[in-house]
Design a protein around this ligand. Sequence first.
Ligand SMILES: Cc1ncc(COP(=O)(O)OP(=O)(O)O)c(N)n1
Ligand SMILES: Cc1ncsc1CCOP(=O)(O)O
Ligand SMILES: [Mg+2]
Length: 208
Amino acid sequence: MTHMPSCQLYLISPPAIGPDFPAQLKAALDGGPVAAVQLRLKGIDEHEIARLAVPLQALCAEREVAFIVNDSIALAKRLGADGVHLGQGDGDPAEARRILGPGPQIGVTCHDSRHLAMEAGEAGADYVAFGAFYPTETKETSHRPEPDILRWWSSLFELPCVAIGGITAQNARPLVEAGADFLAVSGAVWNHPDGPGAGVAAFTPVLG
Ligand SMILES: Cc1ncc(COP(=O)(O)OP(=O)(O)O)c(N)n1
Ligand SMILES: Cc1ncsc1CCOP(=O)(O)O
Ligand SMILES: [Mg+2]
């Protein structure tokens, strides 16, 4: 029998949300264990994101789920979020640490690059994210790592690694077996035909 390392779900919000999204998030969290929720909203300003964040952050706090803000160190600070996710153009992890202090988690996008991941680790990131592993309609992507990058990272470093990009309950297994500590998932949960609770529940048997 293959040993399945344990792995947790890291839920990424849809890029745009409506007034029913707090209820959808609640349904998702009712579906099974979720370690973290990332608020990843695109095309609206930070004040609007801050306003939309209030009920979502409260729900995450109530469920003891980490609430991570995408893109903006300033917004993470303003909200007192549990962490910030930084892309390669979103700011420096060391600067984020200086601004946010020792508590919040700092994640960094590393695409398919071992070099970027080692750099992020040295700059004080709490996790590195590799992807997109599979085709996705959520974001235009131009990097396609092999699952082996997760195996390589996990064999050398203690720092957690996140796999992202087109991940479904059906294609996730090689990523879990390769050592992903977290699966970051958006579309497979929010677009699940039976709703986001079923979307989260579908991952439970794969997570080990
Ligand atoms: C967990 C996780 N990994 C990668 C990303 C992508 O971040 P980024 O490269 O900044 O792209 P956008 O998400 O901002 O479009 C992420 N958000 N979360
Ligand atoms: C934000 C992001 N970064 C790389 S792929 C991706 C999209 C993740 O969403 P999905 O799980 O729907 O592919
Ligand atoms: Mg970004």
